[in-house]
Ligand binder design. Structure first.
Ligand code: 13P
Length: 251
């Protein structure tokens, strides 16, 4: 089995002004200087992308967007396209985060279009999936994930998915302090990898990175990262502070 390079990604959600974001990014750059063997990404708000990029461009920290629209341009007031994100230095795009599904009407179909748009311009999609508390309680976790993965990647073939990253974020663990246990997370990651194998073949299932997200903190990251199918973390709250995010990166 090949070695997968870990990715530690910070989703800053709707926090920080442009100045605050640039300042945190600067503090992060100082703390991760010399770190090797791990990819690092931060996804600030759209308004902070340019100032953050200026700070991180010659560092190991890469830039990501929290969302994107699937058309390249057009009369779509308020939306931002994949080529636009690419043009300000983004390498990654988070797609289908549960907060977007929950509050902004994101569906498996729109997620699919956004993944295609990202791939088209060479943005690495960080494709988010995960079950709600009720779905877990009624033992639908695996069937929900099966549907999200299948529909999110519909129409794509393995050759197109080299750069795809999947993030498993159980909705009940986001911002709640309730992390999935290492074993609970591993079970689902293994299942997601098996879905990738079934739909896209062994080569992709061996190489694809599957991140865990949901209350990842400096004190629980090492346990999660010790699991064979967990290849990194998508971190919300604990990524807003450079010191705690750098501890996660250096797990
Ligand atoms: P928290 O780390 O704050 O639980 O957020 C997780 C998340 O939603 C990252 O995308």
């Amino acid at each position: 089995m090949q070695q997968r390079r870990p990715l530690m990604a910070g989703n800053w959600k709707m926090y920080k002004t442009a100045d605050e974001a640039a300042q945190t990014a600067q503090q992060l750059v100082e703390r991760v200087a010399g770190v090797t063997g791990v990819d690092i990404m931060i996804a600030p708000t759209y308004t902070a992308l340019v100032p953050v990029f200026e700070v991180i461009q010659n560092s190991p920290v890469a830039l990501g967007a929290q969302n994107l629209f699937w058309e390249d341009d057009g009369a779509y007031t308020g939306e931002i396209s994949a080529p636009m994100l690419k043009s300000v230095g983004c390498q990654y795009g988070i797609i289908g985060h549960s907060e977007r599904r929950q509050y902004f009407g994101e569906t498996d179909e729109t997620v699919n279009k956004k993944i295609q748009a990202a791939l088209q311009v060479g943005l690495k999609p960080v494709f988010c999936v995960g079950e709600t508390e009720e779905e877990r309680a009624s033992e639908q976790t695996l069937s929900v994930l099966d549907k999200q993965v299948k529909k999110g990647l519909e129409g794509l073939v393995s050759d197109q998915l080299d750069t795809l990253i999947i993030a498993y974020e159980p909705v009940w663990a986001i911002g709640t302090g309730k992390t999935a246990t290492d074993d609970q997370a591993q079970e689902v990651h293994q299942f997601i990898r098996s879905l990738v194998e079934k739909n896209f073949g062994t080569a992709l299932s061996n190489s694809i990175r599957i991140l865990y997200g949901g209350s990842v903190k400096p004190d629980n990251v090492a346990g999660l990262m010790s699991m064979p199918d967990i290849d990194g973390a998508l971190v919300g709250g604990a990524s807003l502070d450079a010191e705690s995010f750098s501890k996660i990166i250096k797990y």
